[in-house]
Design a protein around this ligand. Structure first.
Ligand code: NDP
Length: 336
């Protein structure tokens, strides 16, 4: 009799085909080749995040060994649970931890994960919506949470969002606008200004708006708060242009991991640099933020504008787009 270990499934496989050259293809894999974790899950949807594009193009700080199946997000039903906690068919959500980094990831019809990485699909969210949000949505919500904890209220003034057309950026724009904030959306894609306005942006600014601040120790105070998904010099240009007592939730590195700073915005304006991590966040905290996304922060209608369905076969093309910074919104990978 065939065991579940003989089951075949489709998956993206990233392979180093020549030194430093990585290729992404849909291949057939076997369950027996997955890590032996307690939960075996059948994936209905995954999604594409910037980190997946880094893994798909050979960034060894994300993925050490190839061939590899990326995918840091998955919504999936239980095929087998060795712990007995979940019955077959129960829908679970997995984002972050090591999924898709050095553990075979969600860009596949089957994943094997430890019980500590999963959450029941939050009440009020469909499987599709959970992946339209995905790690990007969780991260955007964590950024908003950090700003609110720091005391942000709409009366303070404008909130800047950088990398605004990206996954994290577009969801941050939608969440902040729904909470009544006036959002200044910064983008390198002015042709997508209508998209950002539809999500609720108050104004749309070209990425170059921030560039002149690079030559100054401080800039004019322009924004009360900010969400920065871009990192690099952009992050410190944002810090320099925040008004007294403001803060920036920093989550990304799309333009680079390093920036040059001085202490003036911190000691003269009391600016706060608020770090955000969605990956290793304890599962109970993840669960609480997911439940907010399903309840008071639900952006269901806007998700239909933000997210586009693609097939597993299309994933390589769209991963390349994200890698070049050319993505707009979110890409939900439909395994059907
Ligand atoms: P996306 O690829 O969807 O979006 C990134 C956006 O950043 C682009 O669409 C573009 O937006 C902007 N951008 C890209 N390159 C540059 C550049 N050179 N200079 C300035 N802006 C640029 O990525 P995600 O939304 O998935 O992720 C955004 C960032 O957040 C990534 O760095 C990712 O690693 C990080 N992240 C961090 C998490 C955490 O837990 N801390 C979790 C999830 C993501 P536009 O054209 O509109 O400017």
């Amino acid at each position: 009799m065939k065991s579940i270990l003989d089951k075949e499934f489709r998956a993206i496989r990233v392979e180093e085909v020549a030194t430093g050259k990585f290729d992404q293809q849909v291949v057939t894999r076997h369950v027996r080749d997955l890590p032996a974790n307690s939960l075996l899950l059948s994936v209905s949807y995954s999604s594409l995040n910037y980190k997946d594009s880094m893994s798909a193009f050979g960034n060894r700080s994300i993925t050490r060994e190839y061939p590899h199946t990326p995918g840091i997000d998955a919504v999936a039903s239980v095929l087998e649970d060795k712990t007995g906690a979940f019955s077959p068919g129960v829908e679970l959500l997995v984002t972050g931890y090591d999924l898709g980094m050095n553990t075979s990831g969600g860009l596949a019809e089957v994943v094997s994960v430890p019980q500590g990485w999963v959450l029941p699909l939050p009440r009020g969210l469909s499987a599709w919506e959970s992946m339209a949000l995905g790690t990007a949505g969780l991260t955007a919500a964590l950024c908003v949470d950090r700003l609110l904890e720091a005391g942000a209220v709409p009366q303070d003034g404008e909130v800047l969002v950088t990398g605004a057309t990206g996954g994290v950026g577009s969801i941050a724009v939608a969440l902040l606008a729904n909470l009544g904030f006036r959002v200044a959306a910064v983008t390198g894609k002015l042709e997508a200004a209508d998209f950002l306005t539809e999500l609720g942006a108050w104004k749309v600014l070209d990425r170059d708006t921030l560039a002149p601040f690079a030559n100054k120790a401080m800039a004019k105070p322009l924004w009360a708060w900010a969400v920065d998904t871009v990192g690099g010099e952009t992050l410190f240009n944002v810090v320099k242009s925040l008004a007294y007592g403001g803060g920036v939730a920093a989550c990304g590195m799309a333009s680079g991991a390093q920036f040059h700073a001085n202490v003036f915005p911190f000691i003269l304006r009391g600016i706060s640099l608020l770090g955000v991590d969605s990956v290793e966040l304890p599962i109970a905290n993840k669960s609480a933020v997911w439940q907010k996304l399903a309840d008071q922060w639900y952006i269901g209608d806007k998700l239909k504008l933000i997210a586009e369905d693609i097939s597993l076969e299309q994933a390589p093309e769209f991963l390349a787009r994200l890698h070049r910074g050319h993505g707009i919104g979110r890409y939900v990978v439909n395994m059907a």
